[in-house]
Design a protein around this ligand. Structure first.
Ligand SMILES: O=C(O)CCC(=O)C(=O)O
Length: 329
């Protein structure tokens, strides 16, 4: 009989860490493994092609971890590391060169202030003027801890009037929310909302809207758990206020226990053993647009009834091949 899987793994770990085979054999003997068996097992593992592959993968992982650590440490040298940068009146060229190309979040203050959307879109406007249209919305989220991942199970069709009335009556609630995954902007009736958006800033491509825009509408208290997206996003606050927590993609401690793009921790309620990345916090007012760069972790809390429109149709490349751990198995 050979070594148990647990001891086999222990041998691999130690060989990769650089321990000498004879030291490993000696320890196995002390643990009760017969000398000849320990020697032959360690020698087989040490000469196996699998160990060579593991050694190369480990070197590569360490190089990448080193780069991530460097990025992390650099973040902490900023004068105000917990603040998201703010800018107003930025040209498209400066936005793309200084923020987009550098994967840096920024609040574009007053970016949408002059859009008709900001003076027009309210829960009452949605109820009274667009209320006859059908939408998909998430409801019953409170009974499911994974409400965001499981959005399909909570999706219901109703009129926008019915949904807006529920929002207005809800007070503080995370139970109902019209989210990006409900894909309401892909439905013909709500496309009238595009008439209330302005495009001349040059950041976004007005001819490429399908699948590239999202409407968010919900009561005070909605919460989107910590996750990252696989594209860059321009997140525009049209009505109400929201607070976001953001962390740099190089905060690799957040990958521990992550499921897909969702992190295992909640920045609003950290537990003692949770990672401690460098958090940036930002609050958005109507007319502000937050650039959420690809890969940045973020969670989002509505501080009031809130309406947002978000865009991914930038006039620069916004496609990234994404590693999905589940698919790699
Ligand atoms: O507003 C929200 O609740 C979530 C927005 C968000 O996470 C996103 O657009 O990626």
């Amino acid at each position: 009989m050979g070594l148990s899987p647990a001891w086999g793994r222990w041998v691999v770990d130690n060989l990769l860490a650089g321990a000498r085979p004879e030291v490993i054999v000696a320890r196995l003997e002390r643990e009760g493994v017969a000398g000849p068996l320990a020697a032959s097992e360690v020698s087989t593992i040490a000469r196996s092609p699998a160990l060579l592959v593991a050694r190369e993968a480990r070197v590569e992982a360490r190089r990448l971890a080193m780069l991530a650590r460097m990025q992390r440490d650099l973040q902490r040298t900023a004068a105000r590391p917990h603040k998201v940068l703010r800018a107003s009146g930025l040209s498209a060229e400066r936005f793309f060169d200084e923020y987009y190309a550098n994967n840096l979040p920024v609040v574009l203050e007053g970016f949408a202030r002059e859009w008709p959307a900001v003076s027009r879109w309210t829960p009452e406007y949605f109820r009274d003027e667009l209320g006859h249209h059908e939408v998909e919305a998430c409801v019953g989220r409170d009974r499911d801890p994974d409400y965001d991942q499981n959005f399909k199970a909570h999706t219901e069709r109703m009129t926008l009037r019915a949904f807006a009335e529920r929002v207005l009556a809800a007070g503080l609630s995370n139970d109902l929310y019209l989210i990006a995954n409900n894909r309401n902007m892909q439905r013909a009736p709500l496309r009238v909302l595009y008439d209330d958006v302005r495009w001349e800033h040059g950041l976004l491509e007005p001819d490429r809207l399908d699948g590239c825009t999202a409407l968010w509408f919900g009561p005070r208290g909605t919460y989107t758990p910590l996750h990252h997206d696989t594209t860059n996003i321009l997140f525009c606050q049209i009505y109400g206020q929201k607070r976001l927590w953001l962390a740099h993609p190089a905060e690799v401690s957040l990958q521990r226990g992550a499921r897909g793009v969702y992190a295992a921790m909640d920045p609003e309620r950290p537990k003692p053993d949770d990672p401690e990345p460098l958090w940036k916090q930002v609050e958005l007012e109507p007319g502000d647009a937050l650039f959420i760069p690809v890969g940045w972790w973020h969670s989002v809390r509505a501080l009031s009834v809130s309406i947002n429109i978000a865009f991914t149709n930038f006039t620069r490349d916004n496609f990234f091949s994404w590693f999905t751990p589940a698919a790699a198995r």
